[in-house]
Design a protein around this ligand. Sequence first.
Ligand SMILES: Cc1cc2nc3c(=O)[nH]c(=O)nc-3n(C[C@H](O)[C@H](O)[C@H](O)COP(=O)(O)OP(=O)(O)OC[C@H]3O[C@@H](n4cnc5c(N)ncnc54)[C@H](O)[C@@H]3O)c2cc1C
Length: 525
Amino acid sequence: MPHAPVETDFLVIGAGVAGLRAAIELAAAGRVVVLAKREVTDSNTQWAQGGIAAALSDEDEISLHLQDTLNAGDGLCNPEAAKVLVEDAPQRIEELIQWGTEFDREGTKLTFGREGAHSRNRILHAHGDSTGQEILRALYAKAKTLKNISVCEFEFSTALRIEDGAVRGVHLAGDHGSGAKRQVHASAVLLATGGAGQLYRNTTNPGVATADGVAMAFRAGAEISDLEFIQFHPTALYLKNTPRFLLSEALRGEGAYLRNDEMTRFMHKYHPMGELAPRDVVARAMVHELDLSRSRDPAVYLDLTHLDADHIRARFPRIHQTCLQYNIDITADLIPIRPAAHYAMGGVKTDLEGRATLPGLYAAGEAAATGVHGANRLASNSLLEGLVFGARAGEAMRAELRASKMKKEHDAQAAYCNGPVEASTEEIIREIQDLMWRHAGIVRDRTGLTLAIERLEQIRPRVVHPQTRRAWEAQNLWQAGLIVARLALRREESRGAHYRSDFPAHDDAKFLKHSIMRGDEVRFE
Ligand SMILES: Cc1cc2nc3c(=O)[nH]c(=O)nc-3n(C[C@H](O)[C@H](O)[C@H](O)COP(=O)(O)OP(=O)(O)OC[C@H]3O[C@@H](n4cnc5c(N)ncnc54)[C@H](O)[C@@H]3O)c2cc1C
């Protein structure tokens, strides 16, 4: 039996930094339902360590933050979006502080860390290396004080609900539910569903990062942009049978070295900034060093042993504790590392107010492509993007609120049940992750990408009729994987995080453009 639809003014899918910030903006204008597919604390935001960037220190300027952002983006940032990001940053951070976010201070003064490709110390952090967790705590606490906001955990969105050509809600599958069909009706929908790291075998992202928003938007006919640009973080813990726990770039900001398995520091061979070179350069340098190694079990290490141990323990308590669980004392031992998929620069194409290319649909945070990151994201700009563009999308959505009566009939486009996850679903997901890692990962070429697309097409019949939440995630990963591979194949150049060994140089004449995909059509503009 279908349940009666939930009626609300605004629907926000995602309870990370982008979704919660948008909800706070929307609460003054109407009722807001915020959905999270698991607990609120299960998101990329919760895991963000290093910090959030803003030109707030005495030695810094907004124009320098802008320049660093544009430089990291390798020619492809949307300069207007990047300008909005850095200009709105101080105000958004002040707001966070007013709402109770406790950034680290020395006495009363905020302390600013340094990360790769930043020309100034401008990274605010909280409890050392738990910045995302602290920001999420404060935003959630603020949201709970606003009676118009309902945050619903374990509510999985499967498909957008279209009414007269506009997005007016979603179809749901509740983890704890009976499996009955349910919908939420709203005047506007924000996708704040986060990243796509689970596309890859090695990733720093938690299990929720399955590109659901991108896949839902694509299936509904929205444009997806720049999804070939996937950032691989160079320094993830690399131990057998353990998650690829992120070892923040801030460790290198504090002076940590990278060493190959002959114990040689190698980064200066690849880039004048050494260990603090852009992430894509460091990740590729590591892959190269691993290839050069004569060892049977090649390794790359992060080395903090020359740094002050007390300072490291105090500055990185979470990393220190987590590594200790695996018998690694980061102040005394070398840490084995490998690159891992970390961040999706592209996503659902939006304008500067978060509007996607379907009426009624908005996107913000990692699920969106505003163009702020170009071909490569500057460290600590993504929490900021969620804050800034979450707030802007919220402002814009307020204008959508209409008195028009919503249709009440139920369209049964998305049928599902919440039965047990089938072993075959996990197999499909592993297959996709392996394919993407091998053929659409750090170093790509035509042969590998073509093979990845062929194999993904062969998988299609196994993902088209999802019957469980996990099967929807498999379909979403499959869909996003195909978009990444198709765009990566079409971009016959190397730029930022997208490296083609068969086209190792920039081709500005053809590709100083954003990729856009809608349905089967791919274009560059
Ligand atoms: C280990 C790690 C460290 C990082 N460190 C930093 C850092 O120091 N600084 C920085 O700026 N960035 C960092 N990042 C990146 C940053 O954390 C993310 O880009 C950012 O938090 C994304 O926020 P978001 O609100 O877009 O998405 P998320 O925080 O990922 O939230 C996504 C939300 O969407 C919900 N959702 C997803 N799909 C569905 C669905 N189908 N139905 C219902 N709900 C759904 C999820 O449940 C979740 O609530 C880091 C990322 C990782 C993984």
